[in-house]
Design a protein around this ligand. Structure first.
Ligand code: ARG
Length: 282
């Protein structure tokens, strides 16, 4: 009889563990305690909101636009995150807008769950954060004032010139490595860089293809120069996650793969390039 009771309680114990959704942290001894979420994805689902860090100064991926008379953060990355959250069953997405220079720190300090900001998944960054699969491969471009287009044809033409890059971005190292004879000017926001170029306080700036095309489309006095810069796989965009968020990473990758395969990401980029242009001409 004693043996039988013992067996029954083991079975109940097992059942209780399974009912907790296999919560790895549960000891099964205190059934009144809510099961602790065993991973980041579960925690986000429980909270019902995905907190996303972004730097909305980067059309067509994340930027401010007037939507129905209201200043709104829009872009291909924003559309992508909303689609991913829907696929993962997370009801709400909360975007925090900050300078690009602060985005990865906010992620590492746990202020946001993920960071989505046209972030290049470089080997250097992979030392302290995790990434999903890549979703966009950009090319590095040099933008100059239209009046100077004929003047800047190759890297040597930029020697001694002021070349702008966004603070904290890989464009800073691209200027330093590929344009070593130029003088780097680091500026926190991309639209301010564009403004400096228009006003002539810098001679050129380095930006990534879709972004360069978007700002050139919005400003008819600047253009993409012929100067050829090297591009590497290391520069592809991915979603940044805190180190060790394995479940979240797997779930995002699965959903992301679908959006890449069916052309949704490419569609988001095109749609938001048009939106940025329309918004600029208003
Ligand atoms: N891809 C570059 C990097 O990761 C630039 C990203 C800038 N993003 C932005 N939203 N301003 O360094």
């Amino acid at each position: 009889m004693k043996k039988l009771i013992g067996l029954t309680s083991i079975v109940i114990g097992l059942f209780a563990l399974t009912a907790c959704g296999g919560g790895g942290n549960s000891t099964g001894s205190d059934s009144s305690k809510a099961p602790e979420a065993s991973n980041q994805l579960e925690q986000i689902k429980e909270a019902g909101v995905l907190k996303v860090g972004t730097s909305a100064d980067f059309a067509p991926f994340e930027f401010h636009a007037m939507v129905n008379g209201k200043d709104t953060i829009v872009g291909a990355d924003i559309d992508m995150v909303n689609a991913l959250a829907k696929e993962l069953g997370i009801p709400k997405v909360d975007f925090s807008d900050m300078e690009f220079n602060a985005v990865l720190a906010a992620l590492e300090q746990g202020q946001v769950d993920i960071a989505v900001s046209g972030i290049s998944a470089t080997e250097e960054r992979k030392k302290s954060i995790d990434f999903t699969m890549n979703y966009f491969l950009p090319e590095q471009k040099v933008i100059v004032h239209k009046d100077n287009l004929a003047k800047y044809k190759e890297i040597s033409d930029l020697s001694g010139k002021k070349v702008g890059a966004q603070k904290g971005s890989i464009q800073e190292s691209i200027v330093k490595d590929q344009l070593p004879e130029s003088q780097i000017v680091s500026v926190p926001k991309v639209p301010s860089l564009v403004l400096e170029l228009k006003q002539g306080s810098i001679d050129a700036l380095v930006a990534e293809s879709a972004v360069a095309e978007s700002y050139v489309g919005q400003n008819d006095d600047i253009a993409i120069a012929d100067v050829a810069l090297e591009t590497s796989e290391d520069e592809a965009y991915a979603i940044a996650l805190p180190k060790g968020s394995t479940e979240l990473q797997a779930a995002l990758n699965e959903a992301l793969q679908k959006l890449i395969d069916d052309g949704t990401i490419a569609e988001f980029v095109q749609k938001n390039t048009d939106l940025a242009n329309e918004n600029a001409s208003k």
